[in-house]
Design a protein around this ligand. Sequence first.
Ligand SMILES: *[C@@H]1O[C@H](CO)[C@@H](O)[C@H](O)[C@H]1NC(C)=O
Ligand SMILES: *[C@@H]1O[C@H](CO)[C@@H](O)[C@H](O)[C@H]1NC(C)=O
Ligand SMILES: *[C@@H]1O[C@H](CO)[C@@H](O)[C@H](O)[C@H]1NC(C)=O
Ligand SMILES: *[C@@H]1O[C@H](CO)[C@@H](O)[C@H](O)[C@H]1NC(C)=O
Ligand SMILES: *[C@@H]1O[C@H](CO)[C@@H](O)[C@H](O)[C@H]1NC(C)=O
Ligand SMILES: *[C@@H]1O[C@H](CO)[C@@H](O)[C@H](O)[C@H]1NC(C)=O
Ligand SMILES: *[C@@H]1O[C@H](CO)[C@@H](O)[C@H](O)[C@H]1NC(C)=O
Length: 426
Amino acid sequence: MVLPLPASAALVAVASTLLFSPSAVLAADVETVLAGQANLTIFRGLVKNHTNIFANLPKDVTVAAPDDNAFRKVGNWGAYNESRVEATLKYHILKQAIAMPSIVKGDSIWASTTLTDETFTNVTGGQQLILTKQPDGRVVFTSGFATRGTVLVEDLKFDNGLVQIIDSVMRVPETLESTARSAYTDLTSFVGALYATDLMSEFAGAKDLTIFAPRNAAFQQLAGALSAMDEPMLKRVLRYHIVPGNSSSSSSSSSSSSSSSSSSSNLTHYSWDLKNGSTLATAADGGRPLTITRFTNFVFVNSAEIIQPDILVANGLVHMVDNLLNPDRATARPDVASPTAQSPVFSLIGATATGTAVPTPFASYLPCTANCPTAQPTAGGAAGGAAGDGAGATSSNAGVAPARCTGLAGAGVGIGLAVGAVIAGW
Ligand SMILES: *[C@@H]1O[C@H](CO)[C@@H](O)[C@H](O)[C@H]1NC(C)=O
Ligand SMILES: *[C@@H]1O[C@H](CO)[C@@H](O)[C@H](O)[C@H]1NC(C)=O
Ligand SMILES: *[C@@H]1O[C@H](CO)[C@@H](O)[C@H](O)[C@H]1NC(C)=O
Ligand SMILES: *[C@@H]1O[C@H](CO)[C@@H](O)[C@H](O)[C@H]1NC(C)=O
Ligand SMILES: *[C@@H]1O[C@H](CO)[C@@H](O)[C@H](O)[C@H]1NC(C)=O
Ligand SMILES: *[C@@H]1O[C@H](CO)[C@@H](O)[C@H](O)[C@H]1NC(C)=O
Ligand SMILES: *[C@@H]1O[C@H](CO)[C@@H](O)[C@H](O)[C@H]1NC(C)=O
């Protein structure tokens, strides 16, 4: 049964909390409400079995309840261990009661969940879910690995808030590496480059990162230019793509806002928080800034276009961009006359071919996983070319796509040489 909201609540501002009037229909505990719905057998069982999570829910939460078919779609739900099950359940509890009618068509809400365990997340205030109201009025939840779920039954009221029945199990966002391997394979060059320069270990425990990650084609086009850089320069260039969590944006930000609220984290800079003309302090040169430009529906960082915003990862979020960012060209701005075809901001050297037939620089630096071949006798480094330059976003749980693992995972090699060698070698 869908309980209608009072009309006055229908236009509550984005991310605000719905207040229940005391005269509202008598609510019930979450189990009772779930029991009244079809196809929720599995989730009801999980709620029953996890009184540690569900018995003492805080007031005014939203419980996203996947239906039985959603659990079947996961495929390996039965293989989730207890800590992963608990993390997943906590990720399905939003810290606000968000009524679906309160979301404006075309808008997104960035919602903090009760998942705060550092084994799974380093996002202050709880890992996030994105709620987007589509033009057709349906609300879609987006989680890690671009796993999305559509709300099937809206706004079931219970004692502590609202239940939303969804058609997919939300996936707890994983590390950047795991996300690049399994869901956004177009980021393997960037992640490989972080390994090649040891930046991956430097940022491993960092919180609330906002990462502007260039797609593989950008690295392919600059293969020659990158191989001409020494290790400190390459590191500096990569650092210019990372905005640490504490960095405040300037220019158009109002520092007076109630940032003390623990329910809404904006330490990361999600796409609708990227205001025209604002600047973000990066990890390069102690805060060398990036500048945001908006043009119609396009969002640019310096002159690079954000081609896939808001990819949730364990320690923040990633915006995929079409070009590398150059700390020595911080004043680069987009050519809005051709918004989807911005020029590189580095001088091109040597081969600049892109595409799936061209090897992806640095991808071989991704460490091996259980899925990698243990021996790769092929000469020439990155033969095989399995990790393509695919579009990335899948709307279901992607299987693990093993990256090529011909490179060394270890650190400490002469990095400048190794970097040159990997490029020369592919
Ligand atoms: C329950 O699931 C069945 C089979 O998937 C479907 O036919 C039916 O419409 C569902 N019922 C509700 C109320 O969602
Ligand atoms: C709940 O726990 C019981 C007993 O351990 C188990 O048999 C059942 O499968 C669990 N249900 C779910 C949905 O995990
Ligand atoms: C549970 O599964 C997660 C993710 O698959 C894994 O990282 C973790 O080590 C496992 N925990 C235990 C106690 O086995
Ligand atoms: C979170 O950070 C801590 C150290 O600060 C680290 O041990 C942990 O692995 C990180 N968790 C994730 C999911 O990255
Ligand atoms: C980050 O913010 C916290 C709390 O506001 C502060 O204690 C810490 O010093 C900051 N760290 C950096 C690197 O700015
Ligand atoms: C932080 O989030 C709140 C609530 O979503 C918003 O009102 C505020 O403007 C944000 N602050 C910044 C600096 O973006
Ligand atoms: C963004 O700022 C630029 C330069 O200040 C301006 O030309 C442009 O119209 C602004 N874009 C939007 C969408 O307001």
